[in-house]
Design a protein around this ligand. Structure first.
Ligand SMILES: O=C(O)C1=C[C@@H](OP(=O)(O)O)[C@@H](O)[C@H](O)C1
Ligand SMILES: C=C(OP(=O)(O)O)C(=O)O
Length: 435
C-alpha cells in the first residue's frame, strides 16, 4: 500500500474551460479495432494512461506495429485476428484494465497461438466467467489458471465458427462488447445470432461498441434490445483518421465542480458524443445546476443544488461523482441500480460509504444502492469535517473526493497517483481550474 497524500485546501471556486484527454473506452476500442482492421489507422487524442498503456503494450507483444507520429498513434492493421508463434506462449499483463482484459480475451480465443492473460491482484477478483462461457459456446479453448471464473486465463486460440451464442449481461456490459467486436470476423456459413440474457447493465457502452464497429466498416444488425444478427466472414476496414472524443467520465469531476462553485466549460464531449456518460449533465440539471449542452461541449453554472433519487445504471462511472456531489446538495441523494460497483476497481459501494462517513455524511448502503445526506441536512449548523480519504487503488475514488476542495474543510487524499489509470494529469488540471 502506498502512503503518499495530497491535501487540497478549501473553500475554492472554479472558473474556466478545459479540453479533456481522450475517452478510455473509445481509446481501447479504437486500438483493438485498428489492430484487427485492414489498413493503417491514425488515431488522434488517444488517452495516454495506465489502461491504454496495457492495451498498447499487449498489441505490440502480439506483433502489431504502433508508431507515435507527433500527437497521433499510427496502428498498422492485421486484417484479421492475431497469429502468434506456435512455439512459445505469449504472456500478457493487463494491469486492472477491464477494457483490455475482456476484449483481448475474446480476440485471442479466435486467434492462433497460446496466450496467458493476467493482471494486478484486483483483476484476479473481477469476474470474467460470462464471457468465457459464451466464447466456449462458440468452441473456444480457455482454461482458468487460478480461481474458476476469474483471470488469469490460458487461451489456446482456435478458429471459432459463426452460429448461435448467448451471453449473460447482468454483471458487466464489457463481456458483450468484447464478444460483439469479434463476431463479424468469424468464419462460417450462417449469420451469428447473439442473444443477451439477464438484467442488462451499463447499456450505453454497448452503443459505443456498435457505433465504433460500424465506423470500422462492420455490419451488425440489432433486432431488439437483446438480439443481434452478424454476418460472418467480414473484415474491419480502417477509417484512416480516427479522432477519440474527450472522456465523458473524466468530464464529470469538472462539471460537478462548476455545479458547486462557479462556472465550467468542458470541450470535446457533448450531445453528439458516443459516450453515455454525457447524461451526467442531465443529472446535474435535475439537481439544480444551470446546464447548456452543445454538440461538442458542455457548460455548467452553479445553482442551489437539491438532492434526488436517481437510477444511474446507465452511467456507473460518472455516478460516483454524484455520490460526492451529494455533500453539496440540500437533503438526501439516492443512487440506485449500481450493483456492479462492487466488482470494479474496488467494492465501490463499500468504499464510498466508508469514506463519505468520515466527512460526517449520513450514509445508507444496500446491495445495489447508496443514499447520502450531507452533515448540514442531518443537523442544522453541522459542517463537513476534514478527513483523510483512502482511495483503494481506485482512480475514481481519488478524483471524485477532490470535490471536497469546494468546502472550507478541504480534504486529504491518499495515493492520489492512482488516477493514472485513466487521467494522469487530473490533479494538475484540477488545481489549474480552481482557486
Ligand atoms: O465498455 C466500457 O468501456 C466500460 C463499461 C463499463 O463497465 P461495466 O459494463 O462493467 O459496467 C464502465 O464501468 C467501464 O469503465 C468502461
Ligand atoms: C470500471 C472502470 O474500469 P474498467 O474499464 O477497468 O472496468 C472505471 O474506469 O471506472
Amino acid at each position: 500500500m502506498k502512503h503518499n497524500a495530497l491535501t487540497l485546501s478549501g473553500p475554492r471556486v472554479t472558473e474556466g474551460c478545459i479540453r479533456l484527454p481522450g475517452s478510455k473506452s473509445i481509446s481501447n476500442r479504437a486500438l483493438l479495432l485498428a489492430a484487427l482492421a485492414e489498413g493503417t489507422t491514425r488515431i488522434d487524442n488517444l488517452l495516454v494512461s495506465d489502461d491504454t498503456h496495457w492495451m498498447l503494450s499487449a498489441l505490440k507483444q502480439l506483433g502489431v506495429s504502433v508508431q507515435q507520429v507527433g500527437q497521433q498513434y499510427h496502428v498498422q492493421g492485421r486484417a484479421g485476428f492475431f497469429a502468434a508463434s506456435q512455439l512459445a506462449q505469449v504472456s500478457l499483463f493487463l494491469g486492472n484494465a477491464g477494457t483490455a482484459m475482456r476484449p483481448l480475451c475474446a480476440a485471442l480465443a479466435a486467434s492462433s497461438g497460446s496466450f496467458e492473460l493476467t493482471g494486478e491482484p484486483r483483476m484476479k477478483e473481477r469476474p470474467i466467467g460470462p464471457l468465457v462461457d459464451a466464447l466456449r459456446e462458440l468452441g473456444a479453448d480457455i482454461r482458468y489458471l487460478e480461481e474458476e471464473g476469474f483471470p488469469p486465463l490460458e487461451i489456446n486460440g482456435s478458429t471459432l465458427l459463426s452460429g448461435q451464442v448467448s451471453i449473460d449481461g447482468s454483471l458487466s456490459s464489457q463481456y458483450i462488447s468484447a464478444l460483439l467486436m469479434i463476431l463479424p470476423l468469424l468464419e462460417g456459413q450462417e449469420n451469428t445470432r447473439l442473444e443477451l440474457t439477464g438484467d442488462l447493465v451499463s447499456l450505453p457502452y454497448i452503443d459505443i461498441t456498435l457505433a465504433m464497429m460500424r465506423e470500422f466498416g462492420a455490419q451488425v444488425e440489432q433486432l431488439d434490445e437483446r438480439t443481434f444478427l452478424i454476418p460472418p466472414g467480414q473484415r474491419y476496414v480502417s477509417p484512416g483518421d480516427y479522432l477519440v472524443e474527450s472522456d465523458a467520465s473524466s468530464a464529470s469531476y469538472f462539471l460537478a465542480a462548476g455545479a458547486i462553485a462557479g462556472q465550467i466549460r468542458v470541450e470535446g464531449v457533448g450531445s453528439a458524443s458516443l459516450q453515455g456518460d454525457k447524461a451526467f449533465a442531465d443529472v446535474l440539471a435535475r439537481m439544480g445546476a444551470e446546464v447548456t449542452i452543445e454538440p461538442h461541449a458542455i457548460e455548467v453554472q452553479a445553482g442551489p443544488l437539491q438532492g434526488g433519487d436517481f437510477d444511474l445504471n446507465a452511467i456507473p462511472d460518472a455516478a460516483m461523482t454524484i455520490a460526492t456531489l451529494a455533500l453539496f446538495a440540500q437533503g438526501t441523494t439516492c443512487i440506485r441500480n449500481i450493483g456492479n460497483w462492487r466488482i470494479k476497481e474496488t467494492d465501490r459501494l463499500h468504499a464510498m460509504a466508508t469514506e463519505l462517513r468520515k466527512v460526517g455524511a449520513g450514509v445508507e448502503e444496500g446491495e445495489d444502492w447508496i443514499c447520502i445526506t450531507p452533515p448540514s441536512s442531518l443537523q442544522a449548523a453541522t459542517s463537513i469535517q476534514h478527513a483523510t480519504i483512502e482511495t483503494y487503488n481506485d482512480h475514481r475514488m481519488a478524483m471524485c473526493f477532490a470535490l471536497l476542495a469546494f468546502d472550507a474543510a478541504g480534504v486529504t487524499i491518499l495515493d492520489p497517483q492512482c488516477c493514472e489509470k485513466t487521467y494522469p494529469a487530473f490533479f494538475h488540471d484540477f488545481n489549474q481550474l480552481t482557486s
